[in-house]
Design a protein around this ligand. Sequence first.
Ligand code: PGA
Length: 251
Amino acid sequence: MSHRPFIVGNWKMNGLRSQLAEARAINRGAARHIGVRVAIAPPFTLIAAMAEDANAIAVGGQDCHMAQSGAFTGDVSAAMLKDVGATFVIVGHSERRALHCESDAIVKAKADAALAAGLDVIVCVGETEVQRDAGQAEAVVCAQLDASLPTEAGMAGHLTVAYEPVWAIGTGRVASPADVATMHAAIRARLDVHFADEGKQIRILYGGSVNAGNAVELLAVDEVGGALVGGASLTAESFLAIVAAAGPQDD
Ligand code: PGA
């Protein structure tokens, strides 16, 4: 498997066309770090324009519908994302799971639809604070993996898993390197069960309050193959500092 770290920015519901300049700056910066794979998932409205400008970063969606088309007002399909230049999609983010009541089965159906449409997929998992305090973090995350990962053979090369403890997202509270190491080892063990050797290609990202100050330490943890970054991905300055933490600049 490639050890090129994968740094993904999740812009969530942030970004007007005026912010495309930030994306262009991120693209220019990423071009100087060819040892790091860089991607941004902007809101749907910016995907086409951002993809048109991008040559050093991948552009993707933050969600997609499980159907290819049809009477689903307000939804966007994986085929539509691909059509406007997206190459990947995030599914199962905890904000989708909690605020849009997305079950593991829904997340899996979306992941399957995205793979069928030719997109790469980032499947998010993570426990709540209550679940962690109850000692259930690993069990919860493993159950999410079991029920939301796509299972079609031959697709592991298109999959990434993002471990994002819900209590660390947007809170400034970061999981300790020891907790991240334990969870990523547990996730790797589940991937081995599901995908055997093929699963070794699957990177496991950490997400939750990643910033330039903590990125070096988190990215050094065993089995951390990159980061999924929310707030700190919104400006070129803060996001490129994380990219720089992931790999040296080329001369
Ligand atoms: P955060 O968000 O970096 O703002 O905590 C991460 C995410 O939700 O993907």
